[in-house]
Ligand binder design. Structure first.
Ligand SMILES: Nc1ncnc2c1ncn2[C@@H]1O[C@H](COP(=O)(O)OP(=O)(O)OP(=O)(O)O)[C@@H](O)[C@H]1O
Length: 246
């Protein structure tokens, strides 16, 4: 075990983790003076686990997700991804890991409105080697849409889909590359509660296949659907006093 890395008591000691953060710090340049947003964040996430992160507006939740998703690097601390130390990796390798390991879902759906749901999902399969063979591509796209319960809407374009359906297309687009970790930043922020529940179901279904899920949310009911609920406060992550429903 790497010194300084906190263990997760719900998992067998020494079991490999998808993500281990230890003592992560990040200071951002404020308008007047620098502000330390993250001040010693520890977090371990295993395969198939779901974790909610709550915290007041401005507490640093999106900053933390951007470090986990390798859009930025910590100032100090250690980040192990599948037990590999990537605390200080260069952007080129970070970009490769981002597309190979992570799926991202945001509050806004970022769908291309002139493409069908299936075509939007298929866009995520374009890579450096070009397209997958047509039949394989179609099978993977339809499996991803099926997983989030909207295969029957594959031929619809976004303007003909509800907000919840559009978000599920965005989740299918994140899942089609079979990520190891799904990062969701307020994915239900633009949706009503009932529609938000369907979106949470769709995200949670990824954990059945071993994906790790980290959900940033302001919605306590949605947070409580995750296996663990944490709160980011004063730059640190700690267990939130929420009712946890596994
Ligand atoms: N690039 C930046 N430079 C300087 N300060 C920043 C930058 N990005 C964010 N901040 C500040 O850092 C703090 C944390 O922002 P962050 O977006 O991580 O919070 P959050 O918890 O996700 O908030 P919300 O719930 O409102 O989305 C905020 O005070 C924000 O204004």
């Amino acid at each position: 075990m790497t010194p300084g890395i906190a263990t997760d008591m719900t998992q067998p000691i020494g079991s490999p983790a998808l993500i281990r953060l230890a003592g992560i710090t990040k200071t951002l340049k404020g308008q007047e003076q620098p502000r330390t947003i993250l001040d010693g964040v520890d977090l371990t996430v295993h395969s198939g686990e779901s974790v909610a992160i709550l915290g007041r507006s401005g507490s640093g939740k999106s900053t933390l997700l951007s470090l986990i998703g390798l859009f930025d690097r910590p100032d100090s601390g250690q980040y192990l991804l599948e037990e590999q130390d990537i605390s200080r990796i260069a952007e080129r390798r970070a970009a490769a890991l981002r597309s190979a390991r992570f799926g991202f879902v945001f509050q806004r759906f970022f769908l291309l409105k002139n493409l069908t749901a299936a075509q939007n999902v298929a866009m995520a399969l374009v890579n450096g080697q070009g397209w997958l063979p047509r039949r394989k591509r179609r099978a993977r796209v339809m499996a991803a849409l099926e997983q989030v319960g909207i295969a029957h809407l594959a031929k619809n374009k976004p303007p003909r889909l509800s907000g919840g359906e559009q978000q599920r297309v965005a989740i299918a687009r994140a899942l089609v590359r079979e990520p190891r970790i799904l990062l969701a930043d307020e994915p239900t922020g633009a949706l009503d509660t009932e529609t938000g529940n369907l979106v949470i179901d769709a995200l949670h279904s990824a954990t059945d296949r071993g994906c790790g899920l980290i959900l940033v949310t302001h919605d306590h009911a949605h947070a409580n659907r995750m296996g663990r609920v944490l709160r980011l406060q004063d730059g640190k992550l700690a267990a939130a006093h929420e009712q946890v429903v596994v």
